[in-house]
Design a protein. Structure first.
Length: 274
């Protein structure tokens, strides 16, 4: 595998130590574009192989096997909704995936964005109704525990709603995880896929639309129309949806400050909490 000298697979030491895991499954590939880098944790790269483009993910932890296993469970039931897994490195730190062409949903605006959000709702319902049983679960209490570890002691404490059924979930569903093709939308970055309450993905997507307005990225009228279209496409209002939307906003407020250094964004998001 040919890596540019400044690529995180060479310069980020927790990732660089596992670079050979990619070399083992993509010996003749070349890095084309850096798609995402979370320092010390993972890097996602568009590559060119002799048989065409693909995406490779390199992780500091050996999570590639589990991600591959869950995609292989989802793919037969959802078909092209999720990327096709192509291979795992022998140490479990590298995962090669089908490249999903198309336009990222955040690049759309106006009626095209609203229409695509309705498609996302339909696609999410398709994922949740696939009947697939994944090998891990994420509950409301897990969400609370994760959030509380990031909150200062004087912040609001959350209480979980009554437990309900668990369905296949993306667990990080937001516009940046959607690629729009001519007649369909496709989900990408299913690293956190799990069994979860239906409201998790619905609430998270709606909270990200709220965030778009809160940080000035889109007008309130556009995100409100997109939210209505998304729920219309999904076809139902999950139990405890308001709770999931609120807890997602609280998590986004934490990330706005901790990851982006934007206290103003965090304040705007917290203002949306009941």
């Amino acid at each position: 595998m040919h890596w540019p000298a400044d690529h995180p697979a060479r310069t980020d030491l927790p990732l660089a130590r596992w670079r050979a895991d990619v070399d083992a499954i993509c010996p003749d590939a070349q890095a084309v574009a850096l798609l995402r880098h979370v320092p010390g944790r993972r890097v996602t790269t568009l590559i060119e192989r002799p048989d065409g483009p693909a995406v490779v993910k390199l992780f500091a932890s050996p999570r590639a096997r589990g991600n591959d296993r869950r995609l292989r469970a989802l793919r037969p039931a959802t078909q092209t909704l999720v990327p096709r897994p192509l291979g795992v490195g022998p140490a479990g730190h590298a995962l090669v995936l089908e490249y999903v062409p198309g336009q990222p949903l955040p690049e759309l605006s106006g009626p095209a964005f609203v229409a695509a959000c309705e498609q996302v709702g339909r696609s999410l319902a398709r994922l949740q109704n696939s009947g697939v049983r994944l090998d891990r679960a994420w509950t409301a209490q897990d969400e609370i525990d994760h959030l509380h570890r990031q909150l200062p002691p004087d912040e609001r404490r959350w209480k979980a709603p009554e437990p309900g059924p668990l369905l296949p979930a993306h667990r990080d569903l937001h516009p940046g995880q959607i690629v729009v093709e001519a007649r369909a939308v496709r989900l990408i970055d299913l690293d956190d896929a799990t069994m979860a309450p239906p409201g998790l993905d619905v609430g998270n997507f709606l909270a990200h639309l709220d965030r778009e307005t809160a940080v000035g990225a889109r007008s309130e009228s556009e995100t409100a129309a997109a939210a209505r279209a998304f729920v219309r496409g999904y076809g139902a209002v999950p139990r405890d949806l308001h709770w999931w939307r609120q807890v997602a906003l609280a998590r986004l407020a934490v990330l706005a400050e901790a990851r982006h250094g934007r206290r103003d964004w965090a304040a705007s998001l917290r203002a949306l909490l009941d």
